[in-house]
Ligand binder design. Structure first.
Ligand code: ADP
Ligand code: MG
Length: 611
């Protein structure tokens, strides 16, 4: 197939021109008009399901993919919440036969929750096509998955580890799979998924379509995609650093050691109906959720150390609205579509711009407006500005609201309830007699004060933070007047040193605990923690990202590592993800979820032939 260039004219971008050789396809999207699903020739079974769902017209990305579709490999980039799931499902289902009983379509996603969500979306869409959907995710029992596959599931949605497991067991028959979609494609091509992904792709027929979808697509990932995609057509409705017009970004400056107190003040001030908060580590998400509960907020944590059942239950109560605040690791950063999330709150500096974009994109979905709050210390604020340099993103800056402001707003809200709303509800009338009786027997002022106290006993009061913030700011100004910078700042200011992904084989469960591995590396190699980057746990080995000093000491550290049951492989792999965390990704982070996803016997595989 020839290379294609797709020229797109979109509302916000002007012309996007992608120069390659060969055929040029120009899609003028300036006036998309009132397109309907019918006008795209969507088959009747799908139209019926779509109209039951209440969708009237395809979103821009859905239109583009339906137009471009065909047999080509695709790289599709469109903003968060723009309907990418249907954008790949619709054209692929167009070609499928009603009632088929073997796997025809494979969709891979970086997290279990996202895979389950895509499966649910596919389920309502195919209800009139007599096709069934299975989700193959880790952390849940095998038997229902095996049964669904035996009974002839046609659409398979999975996470890489569990999907490869089914391929290797022979329970997933890949011979008729004509298309594979990598949702959140840039993350799927990340080093951490490489082995599973190659194992799965190797097992698929060579004649197939491979589609890559994401809101972000860094240049190095586009380069890497050549390994897996053949002359792909690129459809891009968004560019690096574009503003998502439905999301308002607001930074709150918080004293660095008082992040939790800052969060409480921000919650009391912003009063989000439903908020999704992001932390860096699992431990932090647990602590934050616990402390929020102690302050009277209805909050829970979502992270990779929970069982899948717990994760599903927490997400379900967040979705239903029963539990309005969720504190998550990056396991919830990508793809999750929860209706009514009014606020995303990012605690501290996000790892990189992509993480920032995806986390923010959990709000402002499907045309709704949302607010993205970023809570930063003065030091982090400087780094954040650097992260967003060369982008068009507009960000509001504010100091954390202080106690006096919070008291004022709390008072206004309480008084509105007491004075403005009518006191004639059934419940209220029932109390009137009691109230008159009490007023006769007690001093009204004392009575009201006691009632107010009782009313607010479970409500957070907020913290005094402005003095701390001022002090910290002054300290920073003084220190930035000095020429020399800390190691951390030097790291951030320049490009981050590239880490090298190294495989450590392990014995006796040596690769089961990230903290232990970090300790082992630091003590055996005699390096600081910041010399160790990402740590990815596998079944019988671990992939660690070593920064230059740690890598240089690997040979002399062999004996030390052996004592911890860790054995470095001879030939470390150059780490391709040059962008990314400016702080090393520590073990307990959930950049994505793969624990407990067995993936055995894959080392025997040769590398995929790039041709
Ligand atoms: P993305 O993958 O781009 O982040 P999703 O596919 O998760 O976005 O879709 C975001 C939301 O928009 C979902 O709730 C989805 O059901 C809804 N949606 C998708 N297509 C349409 C449409 N054509 N009309 C209305 N809503 C849609
Ligand atoms: Mg998506």
């Amino acid at each position: 197939m020839k290379n294609k260039t797709v020229d797109l004219q979109t509302e916000n971008l002007g012309t996007v021109s992608l120069k390659t050789e060969g055929l040029q396809v120009t899609l003028n999207t300036e006036d998309t008009g009132e397109s309907t699903f019918e006008s795209f020739g969507i088959r009747s079974e799908l139209l019926k399901a779509i109209s039951r769902k209440g969708f009237t017209s395809p979103t821009p990305v859905q239109q583009k993919v339906l137009e471009a579709g065909g047999d080509a490999d695709l790289i599709v980039r469109a903003k968060t919440g723009s309907g990418k799931t249907l954008a790949f499902l619709l054209p692929l289902l167009q070609d499928m036969k009603v009632g088929e009983r073997f796997p025809r379509m494979l969709i891979l996603s970086p997290t279990r929750e996202l895979a389950q969500q895509i499966a649910r979306e596919a389920e309502w869409l195919v209800r009139f096509m007599d096709l069934s959907v299975v989700s193959l995710v880790g952390g849940l029992e095998m038997s229902p998955q095996l049964r669904a596959l035996r009974e002839g599931a046609t659409i398979v949605v999975g996470t890489p580890g569990r999907t490869l497991d089914h391929v290797e067991r022979g329970s997933l028959d890949t011979t008729n799979v004509g298309c594979v979609v990598l949702d959140e494609g840039d993350q799927m091509l990340d080093m951490g998924f490489r082995e599973e992904l190659e194992g799965i792709l190797d097992a698929l027929p060579a004649e197939r379509r491979t589609w890559l979808f994401s809101a972000t697509m860094p240049p190095e990932v586009r380069e890497l995609s050549k390994r897996y995609l053949e002359n792909p057509t690129t459809i891009s409705l968004v560019q690096d650093g574009d503003q998502h017009e439905d999301i308002l970004h607001r930074v709150y400056m918080i004293p660095s050691r008082r992040r939790f107190e800052g969060l409480v003040n921000v919650l009391l001030w912003e009063r989000p109906k439903r908020s999704l908060m992001f932390c860096h580590t699992r431990l932090e998400s647990i602590e934050m959720a616990q402390r929020l509960q102690e302050e009277g907020f209805n909050a829970a944590a979502l992270h990779g150390d929970m069982t899948q059942r717990e994760r599903n239950a927490v997400l379900a109560s967040f979705k239903s609205g029963a539990m309005p605040h969720l504190v998550a690791t990056n396991v919830a950063a990508r793809g999750l579509d929860v209706e009514g999330v009014t606020h995303v709150i990012q605690l501290g500096l996000p790892d990189d711009r992509e993480t920032f974009v995806h986390r923010s994109g959990r709000t402002g979905r499907a045309g709704n407006e949302g607010t993205n709050l970023i809570l930063l210390s003065p030091l982090e604020a400087g780094r954040f500005k650097m992260m967003l340099r060369s982008t068009q993103m507009k960000v509001e800056w504010q100091d954390v609201p202080n106690l006096d402001l919070i008291r004022t707003v709390q008072r206004e809200v309480a008084e509105e309830k007491l004075l403005v709303s009518q006191g004639d509800s059934e419940n209220c009338t029932a109390y009137i007699e009691w109230a008159s009786d009490l007023l006769e027997r007690a001093d009204p002022k004392v009575l009201v004060a006691k009632l107010l106290e009782a009313l607010h006993s479970r409500t957070a009061k907020g913290y005094n933070l402005s003095a701390d913030l001022e002090r910290e700011r002054e300290r920073r100004q003084r220190s930035s007047a000095r020429p020399e910078r800390s190691e951390g700042e030097r790291r951030f200011a320049g490009s981050r040193p590239k880490g090298t992904m190294t495989r450590l084989r392990s014995s006796q469960g040596g690769a089961k605990d990230v903290g232990r591995i970090l300790n082992a590396l630091c003590s055996a190699l005699k390096v600081e923690r910041c010399e160790v980057g990402a740590i990815r746990l596998k079944d019988d080995h671990v992939m660690v990202e070593l920064l230059p000093v740690a890598l240089a000491r690997l040979e002399q550290g062999r004996a030390g590592l052996a004592k911890w049951g860790l054995f470095p492989e001879e030939d470390p792999v150059r780490y391709i993800k040059a962008r990314g965390s400016h702080e090393p990704a520590r073990g307990s982070r959930d950049s994505y979820e793969r624990r407990g996803e067995p993936s055995k016997g894959r080392y025997a595989r040769g590398k995929r032939n790039d041709a």
